[in-house]
Design a protein around this ligand. Structure first.
Ligand code: HEC
Length: 387
């Protein structure tokens, strides 16, 4: 590497960690400010010997970490409470506990990124990529087995004779005069390299775009892949207000949806009758659905003795006179509409399944409170008690 005639620093090497600690102390005590120590491995107590102040890097980390936290919270507050408020699980719009993980992540992200970038730019002076200490004998030694001290020429107390004397009294094993490098060049800013970089960026991003957005969606047949439709939450220019999701037109019923007109009423009208006969098939369906949806509370045989007993407001038995006197329509109404703390099951159980459950509940009730005539029927073989 070419050097100028201008002195950059005077460097000395020492043989042991004790010597270098001693040297660092003496240099600092002599009043030099602009000096450095280079060792092949960290030497304990060096910061104190050099009288170094704590690094300023921590302030960068703290500032950016805190801004990350504030930014994340503000962002979530704005999106979740102002721009698009949605009720999620009955929580408040600004639900702090739910925002903690994201806030934490953004804090850590900004803190670490700013630390690395701060280190490279403010402390290492990126894009500077050369230092006059590079490629010197001194550097070779201190990156192998020697311990070095350099005093830079721009120190206000710099004097060749004094420093020579200081290093000699400290028993330096070698003293080296280091001259400035010739003007720094930045190979990363050379047009050739920049062009190469640009080409790599274009090829990788273009390739990724093509593969992810085109190649993966190149269907062999496009039958019905493209049609006029609006997905949930989408904008639509078809309507004047541009809302893709519409309220249903008054007086109409959505396809496959049978409205239940007695929602919210305590009793349904007497005319609400069971359209399904308790055939074997229908009872099988009712049993399956009863065991899935009702037994967790009312118990497998409707005795109100499920494991919920004592935890939830106790589910009542369905063998009470009250429940046995309910019309089919009333039980159907309770399943559909709910009753006090029992919620509506209209969303989980179809209309047909609900009537099947009613039939099955009737079977359970009759089994516990059989009539004398039932025994006659069994004896005559008209009812099969086994199933
Ligand atoms: C989450 C627990 C739970 C589930 C599941 C549940 N119920 Fe209930 N059910 C209750 C509770 C509690 C009551 C009492 C409500 C009240 O205080 O009026 C009740 C009341 C009833 C009643 C009225 C009883 C009366 O004497 O007033 C009927 C009938 C009934 N349930 C049938 C069903 C059927 C059929 C299913 C299945 C589709 C079902 N329940 C599912 C908890 C439940």
């Amino acid at each position: 590497m070419k050097r100028t005639n201008e002195l950059f620093a005077i460097a000395a090497t020492f043989n042991s960690p004790n010597d270098i600690i001693n040297a660092a102390k003496s240099i600092a005590e002599a009043g030099y400010k602009n000096f450095d120590i280079n060792t092949p491995y960290p030497v304990h107590g060096m910061d104190k010997a050099m009288q170094l102040k704590p690094s300023k890097l921590g302030y960068i980390t703290l500032t950016f970490g805190l801004s990350g936290a504030v930014f994340a919270l503000l962002f979530m507050w704005w999106t979740m409470s102002i721009d698009y408020p949605q009720i999620i699980g009955g929580k408040p719009f600004f639900a702090l506990p739910a925002f903690i993980p994201v806030t934490f992540e953004v804090t850590v992200l900004l803190a670490t990124l700013s630390t690395v970038i701060g280190l490279l730019t403010f402390i290492f002076g990126f894009p500077h990529n050369k230092h006059s200490l590079h490629d010197t004998n001194y550097m070779k030694k201190v990156s192998a087995d020697k311990f070095g001290a350099v005093i830079y020429a721009d120190d206000s107390m710099f004097s060749q004779t004094n420093i020579n004397e200081l290093f000699t009294t400290l028993k330096a094993e070698s003293i080296e005069f280091i001259y400035h490098n010739e003007k720094e060049s930045y190979p990363i800013f050379e047009p050739k390299f920049l062009t190469f970089l640009l080409a790599v960026a274009l090829v990788t991003s273009g390739g990724t775009y093509f593969i992810l957005n085109k190649l993966l969606f190149m269907e062999p047949f496009s039958w019905m892949a493209y049609q006029d439709k609006t997905n949930a939450q989408e904008k639509s220019d078809f309507f004047a207000d541009q809302y893709g999701m519409r309220q249903k037109v008054e007086g109409t019923v959505a396809r496959g949806y049978m409205p239940y007109p007695y929602m919210g009423q305590v009793n349904p009208p007497q005319t609400l009758a069971n359209p399904f006969l308790p055939t074997k098939e229908n009872l099988k369906l009712g049993q399956a659905k009863y065991l899935t949806f009702c037994s967790p509370c009312h118990g497998n045989f409707a005795d109100g003795d499920s494991r919920m007993n004592g935890q939830f407001p106790n589910p009542p038995t369905l063998h009470s006179t009250r429940a046995r006197d309910f019309s089919d329509g009333m039980i159907y109404h309770i399943i559909t509409n709910g009753q006090n703390v029992m919620p509506s099951y209209a969303a989980q159980i179809t209309r047909e399944e609900r009537w099947a459950i009613v039939n099955y509940v009737r079977v359970l009730q009759r089994a516990k409170n059989a009539k004398d005539s039932d025994i006659e029927l069994i004896q005559k073989g008209l009812i099969n008690a086994a199933n």
